[in-house]
Design a protein. Structure first.
Length: 149
């Protein structure tokens, strides 16, 4: 199912761990853009629905169009966040979808397929997301206090 919110969990946890070096907004954006391709294949009834084209998942001009010219996300931070977002999406999808070829073109198999159950995968993503949501506010408050940066 495209646009699963479970994919956001690992990004929330990563934002809580390194808040100044990771953009959760760009991470989520790359997750949705990755699924737009899948949605277009599903809408047209074409197969396979999952194809890795990461170069389309991050494009600086589209960030400006989406968030306006005032978006102040450094290029390197946006690139790293989109890269992590795109490839974590491929990794998570490769566990649950057999048409994903995460190691292509090196390998034409999916060694990660069904390594863990779908309920466990969703639970892990949910736990990571909750951890991120609970930890991040404390990190922000601590970093806003003088002398604790």
């Amino acid at each position: 199912m495209p646009f699963t919110s479970f994919h956001f969990g690992p990004g929330a946890a990563l934002k809580a761990v390194v808040p100044a070096h990771f953009s959760f907004m760009v991470f989520c954006y790359s997750q949705v853009v990755t699924d737009l391709e899948t949605a277009s294949y599903l809408f047209r009834g074409e197969c396979p629905v999952h194809i890795l084209r990461a170069w389309r998942s991050w494009f600086p001009a589209s960030l400006t169009r989406l968030f306006g010219p005032t978006a102040s996300i450094p290029w390197r931070l946006a690139f790293v966040s989109a890269f992590v977002g795109t490839y974590s999406h491929v990794f998570l999808d490769s566990i649950m979808h057999q048409d994903i070829l995460p190691l292509s073109p090196v390998a034409t198999t999916n060694p990660m397929l069904h390594n863990i159950s779908l309920p466990l995968l969703h639970l892990l993503c949910l736990v990571l997301g909750l951890a991120g949501v609970l930890i991040l506010p404390f990190r922000v408050i601590r970093n806003d206090r003088p002398g604790l940066k």
